[in-house]
Design a protein around this ligand. Sequence first.
Ligand SMILES: CC(C)(COP(=O)(O)OP(=O)(O)OC[C@H]1O[C@@H](n2cnc3c(N)ncnc32)[C@H](O)[C@@H]1OP(=O)(O)O)[C@@H](O)C(=O)NCCC(=O)NCCS
Length: 168
Amino acid sequence: MSADRPGVSIAAARRDDLPGIMGLEVAGFTPSEQWSERSWQGELLGDGRTTLLARRHVPVGVIALQTVADVADLHRLVVSPRHRRQGVGAALVVAGLTAVRHAGARSVMLEVAWDNDPAIALYQWLGFEQLTARDDYYGPGRHALILRLWDLPAWSPPDHAPPTKETA
Ligand SMILES: CC(C)(COP(=O)(O)OP(=O)(O)OC[C@H]1O[C@@H](n2cnc3c(N)ncnc32)[C@H](O)[C@@H]1OP(=O)(O)O)[C@@H](O)C(=O)NCCC(=O)NCCS
């Protein structure tokens, strides 16, 4: 599957994309938040997984989802710091939701740190609503919000989506 946009291509990640994905992981998260290679191998090889890589010549973002029956879980999303606010995160989520809808998902869940304003803004803009909160989910004092996109079959991307801007 691929979704081409000006300057960025999004396609299914392969096993040999693991080094590029780990580069995004290290650049995009603090050490205590980073996933291991083994965790990412699970996303690349596990059942029901949808892992998409955005490239602008080099990897610039990645999203990982898992579909079980008719519910998809958005496990991970990260965009390279120098490529943020250019529509890459939105393009990845739109491509991911489209892919899991084809895989049979009817709703999508995710957890996000309650103080992660960029991610919460992105998800809410794309149609996710807060379902509940979980205290200390990521450790003491590090609470999570559980967001859900309820009706994936009826969902469509916002028509005021920010364009993916060219940097090259
Ligand atoms: C969250 C993240 C993936 C967003 O990626 P991105 O490519 O910068 O997002 P986009 O450019 O597609 O943003 C789309 C919209 O989301 C909202 N948004 C994104 N980043 C924002 C920010 N820092 N502040 C406020 N709103 C923001 C805006 O509405 C934005 O549209 P605009 O730029 O026209 O205002 C990125 O900041 C990231 O990788 N963060 C670190 C990893 C992380 O927190 N992942 C999510 C874990 S659940």
